[in-house]
Design a protein around this ligand. Sequence first.
Ligand SMILES: Cc1cc2nc3c(=O)[nH]c(=O)nc-3n(C[C@H](O)[C@H](O)[C@H](O)COP(=O)(O)OP(=O)(O)OC[C@H]3O[C@@H](n4cnc5c(N)ncnc54)[C@H](O)[C@@H]3O)c2cc1C
Ligand code: FES
Length: 277
Amino acid sequence: MAKILKRERLVPNIHLIEVEAPEIVRKCRPGQFVIVMPDDKGERIPLTIADWDIQKGSITSIFLVVGTSTHKLANLHAGDEVPVFVGPLGKPSEIEKFGTVLCAGGCFGIAAIYPIARALKEKGNKVITLLDVKANYLLYWEDKLRAVSDHFSISSRDNYYDCKEYIPYSLKNILKKEKNIDRVVSIGCTYLMYTCAEATRLHEIKTMVSLNPIMVDGTGMCGACRVTVGGKTKFACVDGPDFDGHLVDWDELFMRRKSYFDDEIQSMCYWERKNFP
Ligand SMILES: Cc1cc2nc3c(=O)[nH]c(=O)nc-3n(C[C@H](O)[C@H](O)[C@H](O)COP(=O)(O)OP(=O)(O)OC[C@H]3O[C@@H](n4cnc5c(N)ncnc54)[C@H](O)[C@@H]3O)c2cc1C
Ligand code: FES
């Protein structure tokens, strides 16, 4: 069992969860994730470690409410316990002195990219951060990301901030102006990462993405998270989740992520009816 220290809604549909996990804090590195089970009848879902506090021994993740498990998590409170909270899982992100790194994040990826941007900055890289939100009221953690960025911009469809284009288009505009970008890191929904990887392909800038296939055990045993990268079969939980976006078989990933679509809808309907009759 792991105790929840905090659970709060940051913006509509996106929540923060802070969990007491001193064993995980001691070992975790940017880019890794935890697997959490919201209740003893639930499923195990992966969440990226977005921040940690060594003094408190706590791990923070940010999640988007999409289906049954994330709805359940959003209904927990400080003091509640979750039956499963395991990690750190996955390979840490590559943190080297690359030169100039552009970090492009959207949705829960805004939080997931934060520890990576922070570590890249600490390593001496110039960090350009580009965040994507649908509207200004969906932005969170702006201060945290600004603090670790040399250049910071936000693209929002309502044109409230710096530009309004969807992230690959604003990324293309930055690439036209900034000729010396050595690497791009992109985290968010699958479509966002795919389009960012496509935007950098012609420029031949290595673009790392953090893949989010369905996972079950998170330890390389079940095969649920199988992806194809560079023509080879990989398991995102142990070989990733970070991969070179130019080598990912995106069609396969999009297809496999839909494998349980009907069951997910049924489960959500059942949960809604049970909890809000
Ligand atoms: C390594 C890894 C790290 C992850 N880190 C995070 C994280 O930090 N924060 C976070 O919010 N999610 C993260 N995810 C995704 C998260 O695990 C899923 O969103 C979660 O399992 C959904 O469970 P559910 O039961 O609520 O929804 P499900 O019932 O499994 O899905 C409901 C519906 O939502 C769709 N869906 C699922 N995930 C997403 C998504 N991310 N965006 C849009 N639609 C989606 C599904 O296709 C389905 O149609 C991560 C995934 C992986 C593999
Ligand atoms: S989640 Fe089972 S092999 Fe990766």
